[in-house]
Write a protein that binds this ligand. Structure first.
Ligand code: ARG
Ligand code: ZN
Length: 849
């Protein structure tokens, strides 16, 4: 076995594997530095395949023995695995390999985290466990035997037998290797049960390390809610008698949907009021739902190849977003999703890393678990639903489950069920999967005394590898308002399919005011060319909650851009309109808290860049601070009222109502702290009995230049809690002044609890550094150098996490020549590092291109 050389893999080159698997038996003899894995796999020739080569992936394996039909096999080492000559008939492959979980710091394959064994196989980690056709279109039923001294030995499916030091598991559902999982450790379980709609009882468990058992109740409830929701809304019932979740401290991503044995980053499942914020609770609920929903969209129907990743991820994100909207507030959920899309996906799609929702080539698939595949992928599903309607969507999805259950499917299969069940031609719609870049939707209005006309046009700027863009199908949700604010036309969906198209609305005796792209009906940049008065009108009157919020956001945006480019003072019309919204108690607290927010500094940098202006991080920072100070001054009387009215008596509950109130109170507090030196925040800190209030108070104190004492007390209180300490690390960087960000970060890397091997801790520190716009881009270049230095250190240890964090540099070409030169030098330094991983190499190459 040799390591695979970096090669580019193309969607167009797909060919099926030459063999079918009739069953897999694995035996694990666990030992930290020398685990033995025995495999017994029944193969038979695949009549549909032309490539008959018997090739098995393998990486970092020591082969002890291999046999075919009981006779020692001659295996040849080839790039990325082994080859052997095999009979043209069914045969049994047996192999024994040795692996080293203890030294597996890449956290891919079988590795150890805090003394427990666990696995992460998606996308291509199973090849680090044994020789296997590690590709999602090869599906098989697995039987797994585990021999180890740990109290708890888990794998996929149902337990067949268990005794001291031994467990045997059987998963009846054929699955690709990426859904394999094994966990072994001295764990405790938080149990639960769920009765499915057909009356079957399913045992549920959340497995954790001792000490974490009081942080499972919320996750368990979220799991039950998810199981119920998938039955009610998608008609999908769980298909095993057991569902296990395990919390793992060292994990590259959020969580993983292994069949019947989901493995979670502990930050995405463990929750308690004292240690988790409302945001943590919400995220945990969504991720538990996401992984559970994968059981049908991902596991029962999987992907033919990794180019189809959005088939399971886009759809599953869409489903978890629907779930959150149903359980909590739909408008608040939608606004949060759009904020995330604009914050993460837009910059990706408008820079050197831009790629289609379904990429056509890659070197390292782990680099394509992106906001584009996930979040834009979910937007594409949402648009499809908008275009065909709710009932047709349900019917098509039912057909998808009927037709493809047990398949490794493609985007073509997905679109075909919609074509077959609705009769619609989705040929043009498919461009959403193949064209990268964010379309720009431009609007012009006409009115002749009776007919109101909207002239819509679309265009997409060139992206890497795609110079020409064709028009896409854009569902544009539009409503019309009268000048007194009444809705005179309820929301309609306009289907923009051409580069330019006009839509007429007749019989309007007075000129209506349009509300366009309601509920953010497509992931595009809307250019309306409207003035402040119009935006203020929509902020006061729009009947679509998303667009009402958007009107305020646009006013804030324009106010900030004017301050940055001309030094203008914050816009009084914006502050007036915002004040009226904040005083309106018929609007829920969470919504008003979102209204109080303003565009991030990196969003502003992106907007300036789009407008052909080189962003100046210092000026952006100053303007942002000025606007916040202007709010603090303008709402001096209102903020204490908002703060008081949203205090909650009684026990903490992370529900929508409670978290909404806390978010508004905390938003008010952060502005109040700008004028009272942190006095109220200190009071809140002293009496806080939950992390949401405690952390917000500490954040306000640091922002006010105070909080030294509380910061130390916080560390004292929480030094034994890894997840809370991650917050402590991040917060100090997030709240540092721009010229101190690099220094603070550097100091924190010298803290005894900084451990680069733990992805959560590394991200808490380096992620905060790269997300502090003014600090990261400080003109002294110290932050650029510090991040590069740490990426170079981490790469040999954990390529996946290193590669992901390289995206901090993806916007480097936006900035002035001096900053570009500094960032480019750091990118070169990383690129020229000896033995750079394939993951990081691909990212740096794309970012530099
Ligand atoms: N399928 C997982 C999820 O979305 C993500 C796993 C990604 N892992 C990776 N190494 N790329 O829930
Ligand atoms: Zn997923």
């Amino acid at each position: 076995m040799r390591d695979a050389a970096p090669t580019t893999i193309f969607l167009k080159d797909y060919t099926p594997f030459g063999f079918i698997i009739d069953g897999v038996e694995l035996t694990f003899r666990l030992a930290p530095k020398a685990t033995r894995v025995l495999s017994r796999i029944k193969f038979r020739p695949n009549p549909d395949a032309t490539d008959k080569r018997f090739f098995l992936h393998g990486e970092s394996l020591t082969l002890i023995s291999a046999a075919i039909d009981g006779k020692s096999a001659d295996v040849r080492d080839v790039d990325g695995g082994i080859e052997a000559d095999v009979p043209d008939a069914p045969f049994v492959w047996e192999a024994e390999v040795e692996i080293n979980p203890q030294d597996n710091t890449a956290l891919e394959g079988l590795y150890m985290s805090n003394g427990m064994y666990c696995t992460q196989c998606e996308a291509e980690g199973f090849r680090k466990i044994t020789y296997y056709p590690d590709r999602p279109d090869v599906m098989a039923a697995f039987e797994v035997t585990i021999e180890g001294n740990e109290k708890v030995l888990l794998s996929n499916g149902n337990p067949l037998s268990q005794s001291q030091g031994f467990a045997k598991w059987q998963d009846p559902w054929p699955k690709p290797a990426y859904l394999f999982a094994l966990v072994a450790g001295d764990l405790l379980n938080h149990p639960g049960t769920f009765t499915t709609k057909s009356g079957r009882q399913v045992d549920l468990n959340i497995w954790v390390r001792p000490g974490d058992e009081n942080k499972c109740a919320f996750g368990m409830q979220a799991l039950k809610d998810s199981m119920k929701w998938d039955e009610d809304v998608y008609g999908r019932e769980y298909d095993l008698d057991l569902f296990n979740i395990v919390a793992v401290d060292d994990f590259n991503m959020g969580a993983m949907e292994n069949k019947g044995l989901n493995v979670f980053n502990s930050s995405c499942v463990l929750a308690s009021p004292e240690t988790s914020t409302d945001g943590n609770f919400e995220r945990i609920e969504a991720i538990i739902a996401h992984e559970y929903f994968h059981n049908w969209t991902g596991n029962r129907i999987t992907c033919r190849d990794w180019f189809q990743l959005c088939l399971k991820e886009g759809l599953t994100v869409y489903r978890d977003q629907q779930f959150t909207a149903d359980l909590r507030s739909a408008p608040v959920a939608r606004i949060s999703n759009v904020l995330a899309l604009r914050g993460r996906q837009f910059p990706e799609d408008q820079g050197p890393l831009s790629h289609p929702v379904r990429p056509e080539s890659f070197q390292e698939i782990n680099n394509f678990y992106t906001a584009t595949v996930y979040e834009k992928g979910a937007e594409v599903i949402g648009m499809l639903k908008t275009l065909v309607g709710d009932a047709a969507y349900s019917k098509a999805v039912d057909l998808y489950f009927d037709r493809h259950d047990g398949d490794a499917a493609t985007i073509e299969d997905w679109l075909q069920v919609f074509e077959d069940s609705t009769g619609r031609d989705l040929g043009q719609f498919k461009r959403w999967y193949s064209q990268s870049g964010t379309p720009r939707l431009t609007v012009r209005e006409d009115y002749d005394g009776d007919t109101f006309t909207l002239h819509l046009s679309q265009s997409t700027a060139p992206t890497p590898g795609q110079d020409e863009k064709l028009p896409q199908v854009i569902p544009v949700a539009v409503g019309l308002l009268s000048p007194n604010g009444d809705e005179v036309m309820a929301t309609q969906i306009l289907e923009l399919t051409e580069a330019e198209q006009s839509f007429r609305f007749e019989g309007h005796a007075t000129r209506p005011i349009p509300s366009i792209l309601r509920d953010f009906s497509a992931p595009v940049i809307l250019e309306q060319g409207i003035d402040k008065t119009r935006r203020a009108f929509l902020l006061a009157h729009d009947t679509d909650p998303f667009n009402r919020w958007e009107a305020g956001r646009m006013l804030a945006r324009e106010s900030l851009l004017a301050s940055i480019t001309t030094g203008a003072a914050p816009d009084a019309a914006y502050l007036d309109g915002l004040g009226a919204v904040l005083r309106d108690d018929t609007l829920d607290a969470a919504y008003r808290a979102l209204m109080l927010g303003q565009p991030t500094q990196s969003e502003l940098a992106g907007l300036l860049h789009e407008a052909g202006i080189t962003p100046d991080p210092e000026a952006i920072h100053t303007a942002s601070e000025d606007l916040r100070n202007a709010k603090a001054a303008a709402f001096g009387d209102l903020l204490p009222v908002l703060y008081q009215d949203n205090q909650i008596d009684g026990p903490y509950s992370p529900d929508a109502d409670g978290s909404g109130k806390r978010s508004l109170a905390n938003a008010a507090l952060s502005l109040i702290s700008r004028t009272d030196g942190g006095a109220l925040a200190a009071e809140q800190y002293a009496k806080a009995d939950n992390m949401t209030l405690q952390l917000a108070a500490l954040s306000c104190l640091l922002d006010a230049g105070a909080g030294k004492e509380q910061l130390a007390a916080f560390e004292q209180q929480w030094h034994d809690d890894r997840l809370v300490m991650d917050k402590w690390f991040s917060l100090q960087i997030m709240q540092a002044k721009p010229d101190q960000v690099a220094e603070v970060t550097k100091r924190l890397t010298q803290h005894p609890d900084f451990d680069m091997k733990n992805p959560n801790r590394f991200r808490a520190v380096m992620g905060a550094l790269s997300m502090h716009h003014a600090g990261f881009h400080h003109k002294n270049g110290a932050a650029y150098a510090l991040l590069a230095e740490w990426l170079i250190k981490l790469d040999p240890v954990n390529p996946q996490t290193t590669a992901r964090m390289c995206s901090a540099f993806q916007t480097w070409k936006r900035y002035d020549p001096a900053r570009q030169t500094m960032m480019s030098a750091e990118l070169d330094r990383i690129a020229n590092t000896k033995d750079l991983s394939r993951d990081t190499n691909e990212m740096i190459t794309r970012i530099r291109s």
